[in-house]
Each structure stands twice: as C-alpha cells, then as structure tokens.
Design a protein around this ligand. Structure first.
Ligand SMILES: Cc1cc2nc3c(=O)[nH]c(=O)nc-3n(C[C@H](O)[C@H](O)[C@H](O)COP(=O)(O)OP(=O)(O)OC[C@H]3O[C@@H](n4cnc5c(N)ncnc54)[C@H](O)[C@@H]3O)c2cc1C
Ligand code: FES
Length: 266
C-alpha cells in the first residue's frame, strides 16, 4: 500500500515540550525517514495509547535534525489531548514522509515570501531552512500566544513580520495587510508560499491571482487513511480539461494556487 519513499515505523519519543498557546513540540527518532523528508510533507501518526488508535492524525514535519524529526502541534481534541500526555521513551507509529510538499526555490530566484497562520509555521520551517535566498515570513494569529517560532526563523536569517488580530504583538490586523504592503513595493517575479486557516489561504490565493504571481498553498483537509485510498481528503482542482477531485494526502497537501477551486467559485 505504501509507495516508494514512504515508510511505516514505530518510533520512540525523544523530547516532548509545551510551547506557547496550547502548542507542543514533539521529537521522535526515525533515522530512515529523516533523509527522505521534503519541506511541506507530513507524518500520519498513530497515537498508540488512544482507544481508537487505528485512526491516525496528520501533522506537518516541522524540523529535521540528523536522525530525528519533530512536529509542532496544538491540543484540540481527543487524539492530540492523549498525545500531549505522552512522555519521552513512549512510542508512536508513523507513516512518513507523505504528500507533495513545497517547491524549494532555486539559487538566484527572488526573495521568497512565506505566509503562516498558527501551525502553518511548522509546515514552512524546512522550506525556509532549505531555500538558498532568505526572504520574509509573514506570521499572523489571533493573539501573541498564537505566534510561534519567530526566533527560529530569524536565526535562519529570515525577516519576520508579525500581526495579531488583538494587537498584542506586532502590527494589529490580519497577516495579509503587511503582505500587500510589501507587494506594493515589489511583486514582479516573487513567489508566495502559505500554510494556515482556509480563509487565510484563500486571501493569499486571491492576492497572488490579482497580481499574476505564483503561489503554493498547503491545503488543510480532514484525512483518514493518509495514503490515497479512502478519498476523505479530496478537493476540486482545476485541470486543462475543466476540474477533477484530487487527494490532498497524495496530490497535495501543497497545490498551485491557480488550480484550487474555492467553495464560492462559480
Ligand atoms: C496535512 C496536514 C498537516 C497538519 N499539520 C498540523 C500541524 O503541524 N500541527 C497541528 O497542530 N495540526 C496539524 N494538522 C491538524 C491536525 O491533524 C488536527 O488538529 C488533529 O488531527 C486533530 O486531532 P484530534 O483527535 O485531537 O481532534 P479531533 O477530535 O479529531 O478534532 C478536534 C477539532 O479539530 C478539528 N480538526 C481536526 N482535524 C482537522 C484538520 N485537518 N484541520 C482543521 N481542523 C481539524 C475538528 O474539526 C474539531 O473541531 C494538520 C492537518 C493536515 C491535514
Ligand atoms: S486521506 Fe484517504 S485518500 Fe487522502
């Protein structure tokens, strides 16, 4: 069932720490998975102590270091609550790396622009690390506790522009405001990469379309099998022949913004 370059492994938790705003960072040792990971790919995680453990949960692969990879997740429901109580030494079963990730810019491309909301920072970190040109990451959240990983992106040499809806950190407002200001200054030849809530992705897609810019969006859909079989995760995608359903776990989660059909599209 698993395609080439995808492995299923039972792996030990090495570290597990609480971050800001209900988020946790969890690292596992998975030496044969880490060399395969591309930015924007995800791990499908079976939380073994969970009663309904058969159902996996998808998480972006956040950081990769030697034999370990980590995820950055928010405890939102049953699965992530149980996960948040697991300790180093306990084991998870993972299928990874999954999905089609971001296209890593090439040397000489103009400075990339990343746009993240919430755990979108997790999906974008490896892209920022592997991009030869350091660009700008626009990060937004409701309040300061939702703003993650700023120091880590700065340590990679990226400029970070923060917005919060309640104004408790950075500029008050939506993450798209400073993005639009930056694009007024210069948009030709630049490319957007985004991960976050659907409303944010749609706004970024529209901003790119209005300016004729390229953009890649990581689409967050509910997933069941994670390996292309159950079709829980399909979204409509434009093709040369019209449109067709594609699986966010296989053909995505990253799609060219020009291909995405939004619910209110005619
Ligand atoms: C490709 C991909 C990458 C992801 N990466 C991350 C990540 O890096 N960090 C992170 O914290 N989360 C990530 N998620 C979301 C994560 O998978 C869900 O939060 C998790 O499955 C919830 O499991 P649960 O059992 O705790 O919650 P459930 O009890 O299943 O659900 C609790 C609440 O979360 C909502 N929810 C569940 N799944 C999703 C989803 N896919 N998108 C939006 N809302 C959802 C439910 O509607 C419900 O309101 C990702 C999802 C996808 C598809
Ligand atoms: S989650 Fe089963 S096909 Fe994508």
């Amino acid at each position: 069932m698993l395609g080439g370059g995808v492995l299923e492994r039972t792996v030990p938790i090495l570290t597990h720490e609480r971050d800001t705003g209900g988020y946790f960072r969890l690292a596992v040792r998975a030496p044969d998975i880490t060399p395969l990971v591309q930015p924007g790919q995800f791990a499908h995680v079976r939380i073994l102590p969970l009663k309904s453990a058969l159902l996996r949960r998808p998480f972006s692969i956040f950081q990769v270091a030697g034999e370990t990879f980590s995820i950055l997740y928010k405890a939102v429901g049953q699965g992530t609550e149980v996960l948040s109580r697991m300790r180093p030494g306990e084991e998870l079963n993972v299928i990874a790396p999954l999905g089609r990730g971001f296209t890593v810019p090439r040397a000489g491309d103009s400075r990339p622009l990343l746009v993240a909301g919430g755990y979108g920072m997790a999906a974008l970190y490896l892209l920022a690390q592997r991009a030869p040109e350091k660009g700008i990451v626009f990060v937004g959240g409701r309040r300061r506790q939702d703003i993650l990983c700023v120091d880590e992106f700065r340590a990679l040499g990226w400029e970070v522009r923060i917005t919060t809806e309640d104004g408790s950190l950075g500029e008050p407002g939506l993450v798209t405001q400073p993005l639009v200001e930056e694009l007024r200054r210069e948009s030709a030849g630049r490319k957007l990469f985004a991960c976050g809530p659907t409303g944010m992705l749609r706004a970024v897609g529209r901003i790119a379309e209005e300016r004729g810019m390229a953009a890649e969006l990581s689409m967050d859909e509910h997933m069941c099998c994670g390996v292309g079989v159950c079709l829980t995760c399909v979204i409509p995608v434009k093709t040369s022949a019209g449109w067709e359903y594609q699986r966010t776990c296989m053909e995505g989660p990253v799609f060219d913004a020009r291909q995405v059909v939004w619910e209110t599209d005619p």
